[in-house]
Design a protein around this ligand. Sequence first.
Ligand SMILES: Cc1cc2nc3c(=O)[nH]c(=O)nc-3n(C[C@H](O)[C@H](O)[C@H](O)COP(=O)(O)OP(=O)(O)OC[C@H]3O[C@@H](n4cnc5c(N)ncnc54)[C@H](O)[C@@H]3O)c2cc1C
Length: 467
Amino acid sequence: MIVIGGGLAGLSAGVALAEAGWRVHMFEQRPFLGGRATSYVLPNGEHVDNCQHVTLGCCTNLEDFYRRVGAQDKIKYFDRLLFQDPQGRTGVMRAGMLPAPLHMTGSFLTFAPLALADKKCIASALLDILRGKGHTGDLDTPGGISMLQWLEKRKQTPRAIERFWRVVLVSALDEELDRTDARFGVDVFWKGFLSNRTGYRMGVPAVPLAELYDGCQAEIERRGGEVNLRMPVRAIHFANGALESIEFDGGRRESAEAYVFAMPHQALAELLPQEIQKIEPSLAHLGNIRVSPITGVHFWFDREVMQEPFVTLLETTTQWIFNKTALYGANHGSGKVKGQYLQLVISASYDLLQKPRQEIIDLCLAELRHALPRAREAKLLKATVIKEAAATFSPQPGVDRWRPKQQTRVRSMFLAGDWTATGWPATMEGAVRSGYLAAEAVLRVAGTPKRILQPDLPPDGLVEMFT
Ligand SMILES: Cc1cc2nc3c(=O)[nH]c(=O)nc-3n(C[C@H](O)[C@H](O)[C@H](O)COP(=O)(O)OP(=O)(O)OC[C@H]3O[C@@H](n4cnc5c(N)ncnc54)[C@H](O)[C@@H]3O)c2cc1C
């Protein structure tokens, strides 16, 4: 069995298939595993994440994957989300004493960055989501409707849109509200904030991302497989409509009983010959899946400038500030460096793509110094900007019709990747779901079906009373 791509989709498929008794041969083009959700070591020994990655309590498959590979203790969960507006007013979101779906009521009522009129219209829209169990009739509009249209239909105030819906959804979905299918937006609130008390809890890795995957290679090798790094697949060979082999540099070829292609959709599209689209028409539409950017800004200060583990800024270019020094603790990477290491995240960062790096640093530094008074006195020792132009696929209205299933009509060819049909947006959870679905498809075709996909968190508390 061959898996191409060592990101979360390939790793989750590979580990699940190894556990099911297959000898997995994984080929990854880069020198390390983890794909987009990984970290690098700088020449001075510091670890830098490709970009901060976070998970939520509702990401049940990612949690299952971390457990399988022994990484579950490397994720710290937080049940308090802190927001701060440009006037310095803060608001906290956390579950109180009440059962779901009322668990956030207390913090919502006292959330200072929103006024009463904003809260009223938000509550009414949330009730709509609740009554439909995460589905409202207008989501079935052919071709989808945008999240902005969905919100406008529900008469949300501009401040409610900007300081509530946009803040949560642009970070969760990496796209602006007018380019996001409302189905994804509604799902975030249903699964993350309404249906369950723990769905919103934010999990942040306490180690550099690459360290989360230490157990994957061991698991694949323990079952007789191998992980080959620096091995880009250069061509895919088909004969008589079936997959025959894959080719590497130097003309070396490998073949197997089954292949899981777990690479980004753009990379796969480049390798596929046109005739294969006649057998599997869904592969003809990969070009319709657009991508959206994320920019990460890394700041190293000479002293501590924030104590919170993370904070969300409202109405600024900077969306999140993560206190990497606190999150890693004293024993990891930047713990060796004096002072404080912060990572800022800007999702759907279209406006920054063309801007020079220094301009981005100046802009974010000014915002950070406005938000964190202690940063005004501190010296910035070093700064880096990492722009990912194709960070995730864009969850544009109707995008699901272009996402192929994991099982294809080409014999022995299976697909995985956050962009395949999972129903989820481009997230680590979506990638792991795709890997598990691909593994299930391989086992089904081999005549040894097995359930690997984990169920969602069940609705709890009083949720059923509202639906
Ligand atoms: C900046 C940024 C921030 C993000 N933040 C979050 C977050 O906070 N939370 C969250 O849930 N998600 C986040 N995501 C999204 C998340 O990283 C992805 O959805 C997920 O990692 C995708 O996994 P994947 O396995 O589908 O794809 P990838 O991770 O892209 O894996 C594909 C692998 O295939 C390899 N490959 C490509 N071509 C070839 C070839 N020819 N031969 C061999 N190998 C090949 C690549 O090197 C790569 O390792 C973020 C993404 C980015 C970029």
